[in-house]
Structure formats: structure tokens, C-alpha cells
Write a protein that binds this ligand. Structure first.
Ligand SMILES: Nc1nc2c(c(=O)[nH]1)N[C@H]1C(S)=C(S)[C@@H](COP(=O)(O)OP(=O)(O)OC[C@H]3O[C@@H](n4cnc5c(=O)[nH]c(N)nc54)[C@H](O)[C@@H]3O)O[C@H]1N2
Ligand SMILES: Nc1nc2c(c(=O)[nH]1)N[C@H]1C(S)=C(S)[C@@H](COP(=O)(O)OP(=O)(O)OC[C@H]3O[C@@H](n4cnc5c(=O)[nH]c(N)nc54)[C@H](O)[C@@H]3O)O[C@H]1N2
Ligand SMILES: [Mo]
Length: 780
């Protein structure tokens, strides 16, 4: 029996030891509300979905690099490390990798897509995306990267123009502390689901949200959750729940804004001091500009909430210290900029942004470390080197990039052109989890010459790659766990031996890149001659030095590892939002006017209205398309796992019905469609179909069906209906469109589908282990 060792994950820190061949796990003792997601980890240690040997796609091996529609249906050949590394190095060299890169002019990296989006695992050094970026910068001089995130594309782009850089502003603002002590009314568009707050990118050390909400409720703070799902807010403090039609929040907020205007409760002094452009917005609000007054009655006809409730909510907000939050979910949709900008505008009209606990917050209900107090020391960081290729895509345009080389598109008011990509290199993400319209992504993945992927498990994405390298998992590595605004640094110790398969088990992404860099003549440039441990010690040093400079306990790296946990100091200073509100002339926001922009010339120049506006998307319940596909699919984050990671884990599997991902619908809808709980149902539209296990719940608004992301994509050609994901991945039916020509953000949260009880023979779920199927090149 071994001792408990310290470790960390995106959803929490813990200690663990192996006992009788199983991982025994204890949550971090300072964590008041550990996440049930911790229980997913044990299965990863020796799951049959784990990759153990390098794989090369049969068609690529036989016919060489080139576009190939067989990706996704082809077989794989197992190789030993030497063979696979030599093959890969030769292919990278063919595409221009090596030590003698041109100093000026076209770099070979201009034909390499290395955006490699994905969350991978916690751990500051072995962070796969940082590793792949450093590698591509070293051997190709750079790569075509990506900007923004699947989390927030539309929202970040609009806020960057009218408010300032949202990640900085939200991390700079102690919203949870103010919510606990000061807020009287919290209006949460998209709710405040505790399940989502389990996650901080890099590790959530203390899950504090529940206790903050309880304390605020005891003080008399009231909560309003606006969401099609009643369980997007915990049963703390008797919350008010309003369920507008999805995608109509902008109309609802406009109705509230009109009520403020009509009852003389717009805070003009605040607007004058802190904002620009209100008059032009007001002309739209009152109808002076377009003949349509955005009254509560007008809003009610769109969003389905009564005019009385809309007016009542505006009245409540105007008579108390009110915080308006909007979750990421609302902007992961067509015209997703609008609800975010409109929430900012509504809060500006309420005019309380200068008061603690009031004003506007973006993403408070979405990610655990938003709104936590800021750290006073830097966190260990792995240097990615310099990307000398300036080209990029907005991250969710991956299919278009591969399918439309040379074609024009717009982003932030600029016209840009897609590069001609020959190599795709991915480590630490799962595009066949995260991207929309997966049938289209399959066509896109047929286009490059070569696709290389590092993964710890075989997934739908590795099934579309040409060369697949097996990566270790954090439980097999030494690392440091940390995240912005999370007040602890964790030594991550190896919990288990890495599996060996005839001398050919998984390797760390870092070791793999070192081996490839060596073969390309770039070894020292990539590794700087350091082992992983040496990198970690060097990365830790700035944190130690900052602690020492503040006169705090500053253990050296060895002592830190021995202690396992290091508490980090918080910064007690006014953030940028407070500074702006204290003196807007001296501390302007990073917007063109230095103020909150309720009218934006940049947005207007990009072809959208210059103020927030109700712009109906193509897929909402009031759209013409709803006549054919009458249900709004909400494809949100899974409660029982992080994205697709550890979908085979205990908590994730416990949430399934006979192994199949559940889709929840309202009892009245289920009755009308003669669907009972547990039935296999099909959701479909023109893009494809997906099977799920029906769950019937009054928490779901009528006309809505909720299917979380994360089931592993397994398309099967079903008789009579065509390609259908039998495992329940909603991205089989979501739309691959940019949220708007301005942001090109991911619009995967909302789409229209039809639903039916599946009356044909029920195809079995494709088990996780089946994704790893491969033939052996060297019969052992
Ligand atoms: N329809 C719809 N789609 C969505 C969303 C939605 O709301 N609706 N949400 C979007 C959002 S917000 C996000 S963030 C994305 C998430 O999309 P991803 O971040 O791509 O999803 P993950 O499942 O976290 O993928 C991480 C992968 O990294 C692998 N991995 C873990 N550790 C390591 C490692 O050390 N090395 C290597 N090489 N690999 C490792 C894991 O096995 C896993 O397959 O999905 C997006 N997709
Ligand atoms: N357990 C768990 N937590 C996670 C993650 C995970 O995979 N699992 N992923 C993390 C990541 S990477 C991210 S980016 C965040 C994402 O954070 P979000 O994007 O905020 O999370 P979602 O769960 O997709 O959506 C939250 C809720 O918004 C509601 N909603 C959807 N559309 C609308 C709408 O039009 N109007 C209104 N009013 N509400 C709507 C849905 O009911 C949904 O449950 O979550 C993080 N937290
Ligand atoms: Mo995300």
C-alpha cells in the first residue's frame, strides 16, 4: 500500500493512493464542496480506451500523405516508438520543419494548423497545448493559430470593443466577495449552475460558490435565474425562475429597459459619466428609430414571459442593489453578441456599477475562478516561444479553414482569407467533441495531407488522424497545479506507474516533442537541455521569488513538493472596473471612447447595428424553420464530467441510461410524442441525427430538449434515416456557423431539431474501448 499523494485536476485538488489495484481518493481538505467529478478519475488509470502504442492509419501508410476521405473509417496499424517517430519526423521534414528556417518571407508553419484547441489536463508544464505550440514554433517557425475560445467567442469580441478585455476585467473583480456581502438582487441570465462552477481551467482549489450563495441568501439577497432549465440554479434562498424561449434574452432585457425608461428610472447621471451612445440606443428602444417600441408587451410576444413579469423584474431591479450576470451559454449562439451587450446596457441604465455588489458581470455562473479574488504572485508558466506566423482563425472556423483555402471571411470588421493547410497537429483537445456539425468536420478532416494527434485515449478525433501518439495522463506525471485566481499551488505527484506495453507504453507530450525535435535537428532549441523536473523547478522560481519579496514563506522547489500544497497571497487592490468608476477620466476603459459603449462605430462598421438589438437567429422557436424542426436543442455542459473527458468514469456513467446519454424533455412534450422515460429517441435536422435515452423532467421548459455535450461521437448509417450518432453527441446536429460576421464565435449551444421515439431496432452504444481498435504491425 502506498501513501496518499498530492494531485490536482480542473475540477478539484485531492490526494490519492493505489489500494488493491484501485485508486483511492480524498478531496482537498480545504475544499468546502468537492466535486463529484473527482470519481471519474479512477477509471482512467487502466481503461481499455487508453492508447498504449503509436498508431498509423492504414491508408496513410499504404498511399502516403494526401487528402483522404477514408479518415474516420480507415483501420490503424500499431507501430513501435522508433518506427512511428521516424515516420513522423520524415513527414514534418517534407513539410519544411528543421533548424534552417527562412529568416524572412514565407515560413513552412504557414501551412500548419496548430491551434489545437482543447482543455487537456491540469498541470502547468505538461499542458499539451503549450507544448505543441512551443514545438511548432521551434521546428516550423510558427503555425496558423486560433484566437478566442469555444467558451466565449461572440461575448469576448463584443466586450473587447464596448467594455474592455473580458478575461482581464472579470478576473480583476472580486464579484463573489461582493455578492456575499453587498448584492441585494442577482439577476442571472443563464442561471448560476453549481455544476459548472466545479471547473476552473488549471484546477478549482476551493469550491466556494455554494457557501457564498447561502451566506448571501441569509443576508436577504434575492436570486433570479433566467434559463430554460429550472435546475440551472440551486435551491438556495428560494430563487425566482423565469424560462424565456431560448435565444430571446435580448428581447426580454429590452422589455425591462423600456420599463425603466417609461417609469423614469433610467440613471442618467450614471449614463452621462460612464457611457457613450445612449441616445442612439434609446431611439431604438422607444421606437423613434424604427417605429417599434420595445415595450414589455413587445418583449413578451417574443420571449414568452408575461409583460407583467418583465415589468415586475425591471421594477425589482431598480429598487435594489442589483447585479446582472450573463453566462457564456447565451453568446454561444447566432447573434450571441447581443444578449451580452444588452445585459451590459441594462445594467448601465440601472446605473449602479459604481456600487460594490452591483453592476455587470460576465461569466460568473460559467467558470469557477471568475469573480474570485486576484492573486498577488505570478503562477508558473511554460514559455511557448514565438509564433512568427501571423495568420490565425477565429477558433470555431476550423472546418471552413480546411474546406475553403483562400476564401474570404470577416472578423472584427476585417476581411481575411483562409490559409492552405497541409498539416494539422493536435495535442490536448478533442475536435470531434467540441466542434459543431461533425459530418462537416469529417469532410474537413479529409482535406489535409497529414493529421498528427497526441491523446491519452482513443477517441472519435484520433479515429480521424493519420498518426496517433499515446500520451500519459497527469496521474502518471509530476507537475504543478495552479489556476488564475485560485489561492493554492499544488504539487502534482505521479499516482501510478505509467503502463508499459513491451517497452512501448504512453509517453509524456514533452518527451515525445523532445524526441521529434531531436530527429529534426532542433532538440536543444526545444528542450533547452532540461528534463521535465528541471523545467518545473525553473517555472516555479518566479512564484517563489515573488513570495520572498513580500516577506512570505517561500519554500524552495524541493520543499514545496514535499509540502504538497502552498497557499498563495491575494491582492487587496481596486480592480480596473472599480478604478474606472472612481475616476473614469483618469482610469478609462480599454474601449475607443474609454467608456462603456452603448453605441459602437466599430460594430456598426462591421455590418451589425451599432447598438444592442434584437436580431432573431435562424434557429429559435419563433423562426420559420421551427415549423419543420419544432424543438430547441440546448446542448450545454455536462453535469457529470468535463466535456468528453473521462466519459467512461463512474460519475459520468452513472448519469447514463443503459450506457446511453440522456436527453431531457418536458412531460407534456413527452406525452404528446408518446415518449416514456428510458425510451431511445432520435433528434434530427438537415445536418444529421443523434440517438439518446429520453429523460422526462418538469425542469425543462416546453419546446426545449436538453442534451449535454460529451458523449463520444459514433456515427452509424441507420436504415431509412442516414448517419446518426448512436452515443448521443449533440454536435451531430448543431450548426457550424459563426455567431456573426463580427466575431465568428461558436454557435453550438442552440439549434432546432425534430424528435421522435426510435421505433427501429435499437443499435448498441459504441463502447469507449471500441475507439482503440487497431491491427498489429509486428505480431507479438
Ligand atoms: N454543441 C456544443 N458544443 C460545445 C459546447 C457547447 O456548449 N455546445 N461547448 C464548447 C466549449 S465551452 C468547450 S471549452 C469545448 C471543449 O472541448 P475540448 O476541450 O476539446 O474537450 P475535452 O473533452 O476537454 O478534450 C480534451 C482532450 O484532451 C485529452 N487529454 C487530457 N490530458 C491530456 C494530455 O496530457 N495530453 C494529451 N495529448 N491529451 C490529453 C483528453 O483525453 C481529451 O480528449 O467544447 C465546446 N463544444
Ligand atoms: N460540470 C461541468 N462544468 C463545466 C464544464 C463541463 O464540461 N462540465 N465546462 C466548463 C467550460 S469549458 C465552460 S466554457 C463553461 C461554460 O459555461 P456556460 O456556457 O455558461 O454553460 P452551459 O452549461 O453550456 O450553459 C448554462 C446554461 O445556460 C442555459 N441557456 C442556454 N441557452 C440559453 C438562452 O438562450 N437563454 C438563457 N437565459 N439561458 C440559456 C442553459 O439552460 C444552460 O444550462 O462551463 C464550465 N463548467
Ligand atoms: Mo469552454
Amino acid at each position: 500500500m502506498t501513501r496518499f499523494r498530492q494531485h490536482s485536476s480542473h475540477w478539484g485538488a485531492f490526494t490519492a493512493r493505489m489500494r488493491d489495484g484501485r485508486l483511492e481518493l480524498k478531496p482537498f481538505d480545504r475544499d468546502p464542496d468537492p466535486s463529484p467529478l473527482l470519481a471519474n478519475l479512477a477509471a482512467a488509470i487502466d481503461h481499455p480506451a487508453r492508447l498504449r502504442r503509436p498508431l498509423v492509419r492504414r491508408g496513410w501508410l499504404d498511399d502516403g500523405p494526401g487528402p483522404d476521405p477514408r479518415r474516420g473509417s480507415d483501420g490503424y496499424v500499431e507501430m513501435d516508438w522508433d518506427g512511428a517517430l521516424a515516420l513522423t519526423a520524415a513527414e514534418l521534414r517534407r513539410l519544411g520543419a528543421g533548424p534552417d528556417l527562412p529568416q524572412a518571407g514565407a515560413l513552412p508553419g504557414a501551412q500548419v494548423f496548430g491551434g489545437s484547441y482543447g482543455w487537456a489536463s491540469a498541470g502547468r508544464f505538461h499542458h499539451a497545448q503549450s507544448q505543441v505550440h512551443r514545438f511548432l514554433n521551434t521546428v516550423f517557425g510558427g503555425y496558423v493559430g486560433s484566437v478566442d475560445t469555444y467558451s466565449t467567442g461572440a461575448g469576448s469580441v463584443i466586450l473587447s470593443l464596448v467594455w474592455g478585455p473580458s478575461p482581464v476585467l472579470t478576473r480583476d473583480h472580486p464579484t463573489w466577495r461582493e455578492l456575499k456581502d453587498e448584492t441585494e438582487l442577482l439577476i442571472a441570465f443563464g442561471g448560476l449552475p453549481l455544476r459548472n462552477l466545479a471547473i476552473s481551467p488549471g484546477g478549482n482549489s476551493e469550491h466556494a460558490a455554494r457557501s457564498v450563495l447561502e451566506a448571501a441568501a441569509r443576508r436577504g439577497c434575492q436570486f433570479v435565474s433566467i434559463s430554460p432549465l429550472a435546475d440551472d440554479v440551486a435551491d438556495i434562498g428560494d430563487p425566482t425562475r423565469l424560462a424565456p424561449r431560448p435565444a430571446t434574452d435580448t428581447a426580454l432585457m429590452l422589455g425591462m429597459a423600456h420599463r425603466l425608461h417609461a417609469t423614469g428610472r433610467v440613471n442618467r447621471a450614471y449614463l452621462d459619466r460612464y457611457t457613450t451612445g445612449y441616445e442612439r440606443f434609446e431611439a431604438y428602444l422607444t421606437g423613434a428609430a424604427d417605429g417599434v417600441a420595445k415595450t414589455p408587451e413587445w418583449a413578451a410576444s417574443i420571449c414568452g414571459i408575461s409583460a407583467k413579469d418583465i415589468a415586475g423584474l425591471a421594477d425589482r431591479a431598480a429598487s435594489r442593489r442589483t447585479l446582472v450576470t450573463v453566462s457564456y451559454a447565451l453568446q454561444r449562439a447566432e447573434n450571441g453578441e447581443q444578449p451580452v451587450w444588452m445585459a451590459l446596457t441594462l445594467s448601465a441604465m440601472l446605473g449602479q456599477g459604481h456600487l460594490p455588489g452591483a453592476g455587470f458581470c460576465y461569466g460568473l455562473g460559467s467558470i469557477g475562478n471568475i469573480g474570485k479574488d486576484k492573486l498577488d504572485v505570478p503562477l508558473p508558466t511554460f514559455p511557448q516561444g514565438r509564433n512568427r506566423v501571423a495568420d490565425f482563425i477565429p477558433v470555431a472556423r476550423i472546418s471552413d479553414l480546411l474546406l475553403k483555402p483562400g476564401e474570404a471571411y470577416t472578423y472584427k470588421g476585417e476581411t481575411r482569407h483562409y490559409a492552405d493547410i497541409r498539416l494539422v497537429y493536435w495535442a490536448g483537445g478533442n475536435p470531434f467533441h467540441h466542434h459543431q456539425d461533425l459530418a462537416k468536420l469529417r469532410a474537413a478532416f479529409a482535406r489535409p495531407d497529414t493529421i498528427v494527434m497526441h491523446e491519452s485515449v482513443a477517441t472519435a478525433s484520433t479515429r480521424h488522424a493519420d498518426i496517433v501518439f499515446p500520451a500519459t495522463i497527469t496521474a502518471e506525471r509530476e507537475d504543478v497545479g495552479a489556476a488564475a485566481n485560485e489561492p493554492f499551488l499544488f504539487a502534482m505527484e505521479p499516482l501510478v506507474e505509467r503502463p508499459e506495453t513491451a517497452g512501448c507504453g504512453p509517453r509524456d507530450d514533452y518527451d515525445l516533442f523532445c524526441a521529434l525535435a531531436d530527429r529534426l535537428g532542433c532538440g536543444p532549441a526545444f528542450s533547452e537541455g532540461r528534463s521535465a523536473g528541471e523545467w518545473l523547478a525553473a517555472m516555479y522560481e518566479p512564484t517563489r521569488a515573488a513570495l520572498a519579496a513580500r516577506g512570505l514563506a517561500a519554500p524552495d522547489y524541493e520543499a514545496f513538493r514535499e509540502g504538497g500544497v502552498l497557499a498563495l497571497p491575494l491582492r487587496d487592490e481596486e480592480g480596473a472596473i472599480r478604478r474606472f468608476h472612481r475616476d473614469p477620466a483618469a482610469n478609462p476603459l480599454q474601449t475607443p471612447s474609454g467608456r462603456i459603449e452603448l453605441w459602437s462605430d466599430v460594430v456598426a462598421a462591421a455590418g451589425l447595428p451599432g447598438h444592442p438589438a434584437w436580431l432573431p437567429p435562424r434557429e429559435w422557436l419563433g423562426a420559420p424553420q421551427a415549423a419543420r424542426h419544432p424543438f430547441q436543442l440546448v446542448a450545454n455542459q455536462p453535469a457529470n464530467r468535463l466535456h468528453s473527458q473521462l466519459d467512461f468514469g463512474a460519475t459520468s456513467m452513472a448519469g447514463k441510461t443503459a450506457g446511453r446519454e440522456p436527453a431531457r424533455l418536458n412531460p407534456a412534450d413527452a406525452a404528446r410524442l408518446e415518449i416514456a422515460a428510458g425510451d431511445v429517441i432520435r433528434l434530427w435536422n438537415d445536418r444529421g441525427g443523434v440517438l439518446a435515452a429520453a429523460a422526462v423532467s418538469a425542469a425543462i421548459a416546453p419546446g426545449v430538449v436538453q442534451l449535454a455535450t460529451g458523449a463520444w461521437y459514433a456515427p452509424v448509417d441507420l436504415p431509412g434515416v442516414g448517419p446518426t450518432c448512436v452515443n448521443g453527441n449533440p454536435n451531430a446536429v448543431t450548426a457550424d456557423i459563426g455567431a456573426s460576421p463580427l466575431s465568428q464565435g461558436c454557435a453550438g449551444q442552440l439549434s432546432l431539431v425534430s424528435i421522435e421515439k426510435w421505433r427501429g431496432a435499437v443499435p448498441p452504444v459504441v463502447p469507449h474501448a471500441a475507439f482503440a481498435a487497431a491491427e498489429r504491425s509486428d505480431p507479438a
